[in-house]
Write a protein that binds this ligand. Structure first.
Ligand code: ADP
Length: 480
């Protein structure tokens, strides 16, 4: 386990917070303390931003793109060499089953490999202009990038933001979530070991309303990426507006899986279950609504319920379908949704089960399939962020689109139908950032641009699209 009490990394040096305060870290599987992190605040953020600025104007700004890329690729290899240790840290810290934690670390390495390879492929353009002129469009890094990330996929979020920002030539200040950030500390140690220069990656652990607020409001950053709740996203955007800093926001969803009566039901059920139980439903793009054509609703629900009842929940070590949720607060929040659904008379169609490793001191909830759910109800509208699937019947394509688009979110969607023409019609009408046809990838695909419409946020992370966000164009006009 990393030396977490000195969890602030500025200009290549590990340190405790200026104020000396700490935050205890708990294992979601049993609620026990596993360590502590430094509770950084504005004083640490100031130093981190200063270090990032110096590195941007110095060593990193002057490094050739090929060398930046090589460093990132080397970090990707190093991550894979340490996969078991990193996965164990991630599983203990977040409660996620070991298999999922290993997949997450593999994806983290992929981000560094992918963006490492991209670093020297970020090209500018030329534009035909008046006779006697040459115009070049340079694509330049934005400068110092601030990142505030959540607790659900700490390692992957590190790869998604840091690898992309560095490939584009930015330097970074990262404020991870206070609930889970142990893997991020270890990843930063590995970055140091492979030779990422001081000041290029700066890490300040701490609370959202302290270190996070200080980072988002800092007038020394040039760009902000945030993943988290819509409420905090609003605060981030307001702070960015004060400093006229662009930001990318990824704020969650209420993503629909839409099943038509001509669908391959067996395959749909397998994927629909996987997409709601992955990471115990704590995924922005979890498929948390299943919309089923009314003509097959009853029979589909019978088959879905049968498979749903086989879902098993236990500690991260037991490596079952689901682990605990992240915290007691989150546990009570999810149970609150279920209790209100019960009071409102929504039928509980099926439940998973807790195994004996799901001890009372851990943060466990039983996966639940409920329906039919009124599309206007809380359960169909709000993000639960737990293993809770709301089933909603629909009549035809128009009805499916109205329900699917009828929330404040618009992140991703799945459509299950054998009709090619219908696949195209649905893909065009869904107001979401990713559409899967006869497939679904909750959080998947580092190569695939990802982001939302409406309250799911704006801007795109992942893939080459993200490199556009993390760079800015400069027009150079030459008279010859
Ligand atoms: P969640 O509800 O999933 O924990 P949050 O939006 O509260 O999502 O947290 C996501 C990230 O935002 C975390 O790193 C958290 O510390 C940070 N955060 C929380 N509040 C603030 C704030 N007021 N300003 C900046 N960052 C914040």
């Amino acid at each position: 386990m990393p030396q977490a009490t000195k969890s602030i990394y500025i200009n290549g040096v590990w340190k405790a917070s200026e104020n000396g305060k700490q935050i205890d870290m708990l294992a979601p599987s049993n609620g026990k303390k596993i360590g502590a992190i430094s509770r950084g605040d504005k004083a640490d953020i100031d130093k981190a931003v200063f270090a990032a600025r110096s590195a941007f104007e110095g060593v990193w700004g002057q490094m050739a793109a090929v060398d930046r890329g090589r460093l990132l690729s080397r970090l990707g290899v190093k991550i894979l060499e340490n996969i078991e240790q990193l996965a164990s840290i991630e599983a203990l810290d977040t409660g996620k089953p070991m298999t999922l934690a290993r997949n997450d670390i593999t994806a983290t390495a992929r981000y560094f490999e992918y963006y490492g390879g991209a670093a020297d492929k970020i090209h500018g353009e030329t534009i035909p202009f008046l006779n006697g002129y040459q115009v070049m469009i340079l694509r330049e890094p934005r400068g110092v990038a601030g990142h505030i990330i959540p607790w659900n996929y700490p390692a992957q979020m590190y790869g998604r933001t840091i690898a992309c920002a560095l490939a584009a030539g930015n330097t970074t200040v990262l404020k991870p979530a206070e609930e889970a950030c142990m893997s991020i500390i270890r990843l930063t140690e590995l970055a140091h070991e492979v030779g990422v220069p001081p000041g290029v990656i700066n890490l300040v652990t701490g609370l959202g309303e302290e270190a996070g607020a200080a980072l988002s409001a800092h007038n020394g950053i040039d760009f902000m990426s945030f993943t988290g709740s819509p409420e905090v996203g609003t605060l981030i955007q307001k702070a960015a507006a004060e400093n006229h800093v662009p930001c990318v926001l990824e704020l969650g969803g209420k993503s629909p899986q839409i099943v038509f009566d001509d669908a391959n039901v067996d395959e749909a059920i397998r994927v629909i279950i996987a997409a709601i139980i992955q990471n115990t439903g704590q995924t922005c793009s979890a498929g948390s609504r299943v919309l089923v054509q009314r003509s097959i609703f009853e029979e589909f629900m019978d088959a879905l319920a049968k498979r749903f009842r086989s879902i098993k929940v236990g500690s991260h070590e037991s490596d079952l379908d689901c682990g605990p949720v992240i915290s007691q607060v989150q546990c009570e929040r999810v149970k609150g949704f279920l209790e209100r659904a019960r009071k409102n008379g929504i039928e509980l169609i099926a439940e998973g089960s807790l195994d004996e490793t799901a001890v009372a001191s851990g943060f466990y909830v039983t996966p639940a399939l409920l329906g039919p759910v009124d599309p206007a109800s809380e359960l169909a509208q709000d993000e639960v962020f737990g293993p809770v699937l709301a089933a909603i019947p629909f009549d035809d394509e128009d009805d499916a689109i109205a329900i699917a688009n009828g929330t404040q979110f618009g992140l991703i969607a799945g459509v299950w139908t054998e009709s090619g023409a219908r696949q195209i019609r649905m893909a065009k009408r869904l107001r979401v950032g990713q559409v899967y046809l006869n497939a679904y990838g909750a959080g998947g695909g580092i190569e695939l641009p990802f982001g939302g419409f409406k309250k799911s946020g704006h801007g795109r992370e992942k893939g080459f699209e993200a490199l556009k966000e993390y760079t800015v164009s400069k027009t150079v006009v030459i008279k010859h």
